[in-house]
Design a protein around this ligand. Structure first.
Ligand SMILES: Cc1cc2nc3c(=O)[nH]c(=O)nc-3n(C[C@H](O)[C@H](O)[C@H](O)COP(=O)(O)OP(=O)(O)OC[C@H]3O[C@@H](n4cnc5c(N)ncnc54)[C@H](O)[C@@H]3O)c2cc1C
Length: 413
């Protein structure tokens, strides 16, 4: 190995492993070393998707795919085009890993366990002689002709290429070593993908009740999300809420996670159109009960909403006044909940913020400030909504870096 070019990869997570094994496979004379500061490799891959690992999403239109990234939407297009869900599926197939697609587009290994992905990456690393050091992190680096890394075990390591894949963290101090070593700007890290904390919820007692299609919005914030909503012990959750937490991650942080959450249980209507619909139903079917009118909502939710507006569920529409219909339509299309602070549960899956994309060449993930320094994965100011998009961003950015490093190594650059 003497005289061979060396790639050091900071972080033994999803992006780190994928970058390391592909660089090593593409350029056999490259010596690749993964440095993982903990004693655990691929730990998020292991727990991801409830232990099943939602590796990617069956979305093969690059523009549509990129819409799933609140941060990185435009910038990711090139690397997604180069290596997107299609290529990732083929990459796995070449290693005898079959993926299955769920109805909502999420893709998992057909074995239904993240262990399949972990074993694949570990055996690829072994096949291509990737050296893995655990319990050793990078605490700083300097770039002269080569990189000189200062490691947490007080040793140093010299390398030709450095790929930083240290993941996301809501704690700004975890990025300090990067700014101190190479002056890269860090966009303030904040949590994304979390549930809404509603301590005094008028929906208390309805935990577990869900609606399949609702529109969720936030006071003073323009983003909205539609989809299933789930009532939980601490507030509201479900795909629409989690998606909105990602879309409005920064605005919610600025508001201290204090604002009014509005749920429209009839997302195709507004208060006025719903009111007109109800009045028309009353004219045509005065015997219809309120219970029947609201059949699309779960029974317990129907009951709670009617209790809140003082309307009896078994009342026939003929006995419901215009002003009652007005109040009911307002409640159903703009059900207000007061968000107070953020949940401290571990629902948040990703960090928004990280290394600013303005200082990274988003075609090959190389730093615009330091030659042969690369970034991939969640350490960047990139985050996706749930559904396999975060892993896809890790694979795509890591592959772009690996390909560039491999070409440079082959050309002895
Ligand atoms: C519970 C949970 C479930 C998830 N499920 C899914 C899912 O199903 N699908 C999906 O797409 N996304 C999912 N995600 C998000 C996804 O796991 C991450 O986006 C992805 O792991 C990011 O990969 P990464 O390699 O950039 O970072 P990570 O996987 O976090 O890896 C970073 C590694 O770097 C190490 N490190 C940090 N600092 C240093 C240092 N200075 N030196 C050396 N090593 C260092 C860390 O210890 C870590 O091992 C989930 C996240 C969580 C928390």
């Amino acid at each position: 190995m003497t005289g061979n070019k060396v790639l050091a990869v900071a972080g033994g997570g999803a992006a780190g492993f994928f970058g390391a094994i592909n660089a090593a496979a593409l350029c056999p004379e490259l010596k690749v070393i993964i440095l993982e500061k903990t004693h655990k490799l691929l730990s998020k891959v292991r727990v991801s998707g409830g232990g099943r690992c939602n590796v990617t999403h069956a979305c093969y239109d690059n523009k549509l795919l990129s819409e799933n990234y609140p941060r990185g939407r435009r910038e990711l297009r090139s690397v997604l085009q180069n290596f997107g869900p299609q290529q990732m599926t083929e990459w796995f197939a070449q290693r005898n890993i079959k993926l299955k697609t769920e109805e909502d587009g999420r893709m998992f290994p057909s074995t239904n366990t993240s262990e399949t992905i972990i074993q694949c990456y570990l055996s690829e690393a072994e096949k291509y002689n990737v050296e893995i050091r655990t319990g050793v992190g990078i605490s700083s680096f300097e770039k002269h002709d080569k990189f000189v890394l200062s490691l947490t075990d007080k040793t140093t390591l010299t390398c030709d290429y450095l790929l930083i894949t240290t993941g996301g963290s809501a704690a700004p101090k975890n990025y300090e070593w990067i700014t101190q070593s190479c002056s890269h700007k860090i966009i303030a890290p904040l949590p994304s993908l979390f549930t809404f904390n509603i301590p005094d919820s008028p929906l208390k007692g309805l935990e577990g009740v869900s609606v399949t299609h609702a529109k969720v919005s936030l006071s003073g914030i323009k983003q909205i999300a539609t989809g299933p909503v789930l009532i939980t012990h601490w507030g509201v959750s479900g795909p629409a809420v989690i998606r909105l937490s990602a879309l409005a991650a920064r605005e919610l942080f600025e508001l201290g996670y204090n604002c009014v959450v509005r749920i429209n249980f009839f997302p195709e209507e507004n208060a006025e159109t719903l009111k007109q619909k109800f009045i028309s139903e009353r004219t045509h079917s005065p015997q219809l009960t309120v219970q029947q009118l609201l059949h699309s909502l779960p029974q317990r939710l129907r009951q709670r909403i009617c209790d809140l507006v003082n309307i009896k569920l078994h009342n026939s529409l003929g006995n419901v006044s215009n002003s009652q219909i007005n109040v009911l339509a307002n409640k159903l299309t703009s059900f207000e909940l007061l968000m107070k602070g953020k949940t401290t549960f571990k629902e948040e899956f990703v960090t928004s913020g990280g290394v600013s994309l303005k200082e990274v060449n988003m075609q090959n993930m190389e730093s615009k400030l330091v030659n042969n320094l690369f970034f991939a994965g969640e350490v960047l100011d990139i985050d996706g909504i749930t559904g396999g998009f975060n892993f896809q961003a890790a694979w795509s950015t890591a592959m772009a870096a690996a390909q560039t490093i491999a070409i440079r190594c082959s050309k002895k650059l």
